[in-house]
Design a protein around this ligand. Structure first.
Ligand SMILES: [Zn+2]
Ligand SMILES: [Zn+2]
Length: 130
């Protein structure tokens, strides 16, 4: 009985993980919409699985969009861009600035683990429409 529950939650988690791969920085609501086409899972269950996946380090939560948390399967440190018109979140094609962690640690006395930067503006498509 117990094993049954474990297996079920694991396969639910795999479905959630699969759904994240279907898009680019999807929100919990968007992930729920993809998952609910394949399985009967409540929004709360999807959300709980997302939290577990973040805790396990299998996905990261991206805060670039101020209106909603988004999820990312790309685990290496990278920056994000948020388009204020279409609301999409993109990966910034610049490498992570390791020296900033060192400098911030030196300046503050903190043992810095990482930093995040999100850039805001208009994506190329939205610039064309403007
Ligand atoms: Zn845009
Ligand atoms: Zn990303």
């Amino acid at each position: 009985m117990k094993r049954e529950i474990v297996r079920r939650s694991t396969s639910q988690r795999e479905l959630v993980l699969e759904a994240i791969c279907k898009g680019n920085h999807l929100s919990a609501r968007e992930i729920f919409e993809i998952v609910s086409k394949k399985a009967r899972m409540s929004f709360g269950t999807v959300y709980r699985n997302l939290q577990i996946l973040v805790e396990e380090g299998r996905i990261i939560a991206v805060e670039a969009d101020p209106s909603v948390l988004r999820y990312d399967r790309r685990l290496s440190s990278h920056y994000h861009l948020h388009c204020k018109k279409c609301g999409k979140v993109f990966d910034m094609p610049l490498s992570y600035y390791n020296d900033l962690d060192k400098n911030a640690g030196g300046a503050s006395g903190f043992l810095i683990e990482s930093h995040t930067i999100s850039f805001k503006g208009l994506c190329p498509d939205c610039q064309k429409e403007a």
